[in-house]
Every structure is written in structure tokens, then in C-alpha cells.
Design a protein around this ligand. Structure first.
Ligand code: PMP
Length: 382
């Protein structure tokens, strides 16, 4: 039976990418792989909208986050970690575990970072001791998107590197590493890029390479200097995940054929119809409109109904797979992923199923209330 994988990663994979994932293996030290890695590196830079170096790591997103710490920082370095949810917490923990002295600033889950608070924190750092600012672009656990351009402006000429976890944002929402001064941007394959998990990508600004030269954190598998040297020969330091590369080449073609403006606009469109439907059903999204993610919408379960019961019913009765809440939001919210290979009629199906589940769980729904809102967004954008 057809399953609707409406998670904020892994996302469904387009059929043409699935086919490309099953190409015969090749010699990873030969000319075909050289062409392959050169093509995908160019394609990733296109999606990243950057002229900086971009490297591919054999890792999930967390490995990319770890690489962004061990390559550019040293034990004892002071860093400012900004957290608005579970993944912001994770970033701070990685830095701490590698011996950084972490000043962590927490914002309420469901809200974005407050740039005035960040500015005050940087102004208070009179000796400019912070070596890096750690931030989550799109906080997947809450469906909130931070203003990276604003953060880049606030950082101004403070020498701290800006390290960004855009695991669920890159390729989904407009990010401009070069223009916004984002020194390092990490993402992963299984979200906006529409391929299975297992690869992380990381962009490195010239200023970040200067920090790399100073970094004393132990590194081997995550050593980006080594990855860069091998890339110059058209290779990787370790045996690469070859099927992922051929899948990635095909997925990147989709971005190149459609163009980034189209890809970003499509994501906003899916977000808008999801939010319109949820609100039409009288439910409340966690995030306010202005800071809402184009990748995932987190929704409060209605009073008296457990979020887990909604997700269970959706999965068991309609084959629609939603995500739940993490940590402090466990069983309080459900999350609808709408990134990657998801289309408007997938949202229509999801909302239709949600209406039926909610009604059976005792929540007052007029069937068609939410789907109508989706249809209206679709019709208005024709
Ligand atoms: N950061 C963010 C914002 C994420 O959404 C995720 C994955 N949900 C991660 C980091 C971790 O990525 P992975 O599970 O691929 O290690």
C-alpha cells in the first residue's frame, strides 16, 4: 500500500533518484568517480548559492555538525550557542563535549532567536573572546526558522565564526552563505536534497579555513583539510557511499532544471496550505507565521487529545506518517513534514486523513473544513 511519508526527513525520494541510487558501483579512485564528485560538488554549490568550498562527508547531519566543531575550534575556546529547540541543544552539547566553553542562550521552544538578546550578548563580550556563534537555521523540533541574514548583520565585525546547522533548511529555504557572512553551513542528504540519509554537506568560508589552520581539536575522519586535498584529485579520503553519489547527481539535476527560485517558492506554497488547513480546523501551529518553517509545521494537539493518538491513527488507518514532538514537546505536538519530494496533493491527502482521525478522536470537525483551505490556496496560486 502506498505510504505517505510526511516526516521532516527522511523524505520521499523521487522515482528517477531511486533509479539512480541503483547504478552499478565504480572505482572510487578512477576517472568516472572524479567526474561524479566534481559534478555533485558543483551541484551542491548551486543549491547552497555559494562560491565557498563545499565538502561531502560520509555522515548523517549530526556528523556534519560535529565536523563544524572539530575543524574550526579548539578545546577551551569560548562559543556562544543559540538554542530554540532540540537541535540547538544538540549543537551546544557537541561543542561542550569537545571541550569548548559554551555560553548557551535558550529561547522558548516555538519562538525564534531574539536578535536584540544576541546583540547584547555580543556587546558584553568586550574582549571579543567568542570564537564562534552556533545557530540552528531551521529548528525541526518546533518548525521555527531563524533569521540568518539578521544574525549575520548583528555579528557585524565581531571575529566569531558563524556556524550554522541548516540540516533541514538548506535547499528548502533561501540561504545565502556568502552574502550573509555564514562561515560554515552544514546540511544532510535526507531532507531538502531528497536522497536517503548518509551524506552530510558542509560549506567553508575563507575565514573558516583560517580558523581551521589554528584548530587544535583532534580530528581524523572529519578532517576537512584532508577532504579538500582529496577533492582536488577528484577523490575522497575514505571509500565513498557510491550509490548516494549517483542518487545525489540525479537529485541535483532536479534543482538545476527547476531553479532555486522555483524550489523555494514551492516550499512556501506547501507551508502556506498546511498552515491554512490547520488553522481552518481550529488547531494552533506552534510557530507564528513570520517565523514559520517551509520544511515542517508543528501543531499543538487539541485539548484532551494526545498527539501520539493522532499520529497512531494516521499511520494505522491511512498510512500517513507524521512526526511527533521531541523532549519537552513529546505527546503535545504533531509535526507535518512538507519538504523534499512532497507535492500539493500530498498535503490535501494528509489534511483529509487528519480531519477523519480528529473526528474519530472526538474533536469537533466538519469534514472538508481543512481540505477546503488547502484547495483554496491551490486555486489562488494557479
Ligand atoms: N539538525 C537538524 C535541524 C535536524 O533536523 C536534524 C535531523 N532531524 C539533525 C540536526 C540531525 O541530523 P541526523 O539525524 O541526520 O544526524
Amino acid at each position: 500500500e502506498k505510504e505517505y511519508l510526511m516526516l521532516p526527513g527522511p523524505t520521499p525520494v523521487p522515482p528517477r533518484v531511486l533509479r539512480a541510487l541503483s547504478e552499478p558501483l565504480i572505482n572510487h579512485r578512477g576517472p568516472s568517480f572524479k567526474k561524479l564528485i566534481e559534478d555533485v560538488t558543483e551541484g551542491i554549490r548551486y543549491v547552497y548559492q555559494t562560491k565557498h568550498d563545499v565538502l561531502i562527508l560520509p555522515a548523517s547531519g549530526t556528523g556534519g555538525m560535529e565536523a563544524s566543531i572539530v575543524n574550526f575550534l579548539s578545546p577551551g575556546d569560548k562559543v556562544l550557542a543559540l538554542s530554540i529547540g532540540a537541535f540547538g541543544d544538540r549543537y551546544a552539547t557537541i561543542a561542550k563535549n569537545y571541550g569548548c566553553i559554551v555560553d548557551k542562550v535558550d529561547f522558548e521552544w516555538g519562538t525564534a532567536i531574539d536578535l536584540d538578546v544576541v546583540k547584547a550578548q555580543l556587546d558584553a563580550d568586550v574582549n571579543q573572546e567568542y570564537k564562534a556563534i552556533l545557530v540552528t537555521h531551521n529548528e525541526t523540533s518546533t518548525g521555527v526558522c531563524n533569521d540568518l541574514e539578521g544574525l549575520g548583520n548583528i555579528r557585524g565585525d565581531h571575529p566569531a565564526l558563524l556556524l550554522v546547522d541548516s540540516v533541514s533548511g538548506l535547499g528548502v529555504m533561501d540561504v545565502r552563505p556568502d552574502e550573509w557572512g555564514l562561515d560554515v553551513v552544514v546540511t544532510a542528504a535526507q531532507k531538502g536534497f531528497m536522497i536517503p540519509p548518509g551524506l552530510a554537506f558542509i560549506s567553508v568560508s575563507p575565514k573558516a579555513w583560517e580558523a581551521y589552520a589554528e584548530s587544535k581539536a583532534p580530528k581524523f575522519y572529519w578532517d576537512l583539510g584532508s577532504a579538500k586535498k582529496f577533492l582536488e584529485k577528484g577523490q575522497t579520503p575514505v571509500t565513498p557511499a557510491l550509490p548516494q553519489y549517483t542518487g545525489l547527481r540525479e537529485a541535483l539535476k532536479i534543482f538545476q532544471e527547476k531553479g532555486m527560485d522555483y524550489m523555494f517558492a514551492k516550499q512556501l506554497y506547501l507551508r502556506d496550505m498546511t498552515r491554512a488547513a490547520v488553522k481552518a480546523l481550529g488547531l494552533k501551529p506552534l510557530a507564528e507565521d513570520a517565523i514559520s518553517s517551509a520544511a515542517v509545521t508543528a501543531v499543538w494537539a487539541p485539548d484532551g487529545i494526545e498527539a501520539k493518538a493522532i499520529n497512531k491513527k494516521m499511520r494505522e488507518e491511512y498510512n500517513v506518517v507524521l512526526a511527533g514532538g521531541q523532549k519537552q514537546l513529546e505527546n503535545k505536538i504533531f509535526r507535518i513534514g512538507h519538504l523534499g519530494y512532497v507535492q500539493h496533493l500530498d498535503i490535501l491527502a494528509t489534511i483529509g486523513a487528519l480531519e477523519m482521525c480528529l473526528q474519530e478522536l472526538g474533536y469537533p470537525v466538519v469534514l472538508g473544513q481543512g481540505t477546503k483551505a488547502v484547495q483554496e490556496v491551490i486555486m489562488s496560486r494557479k
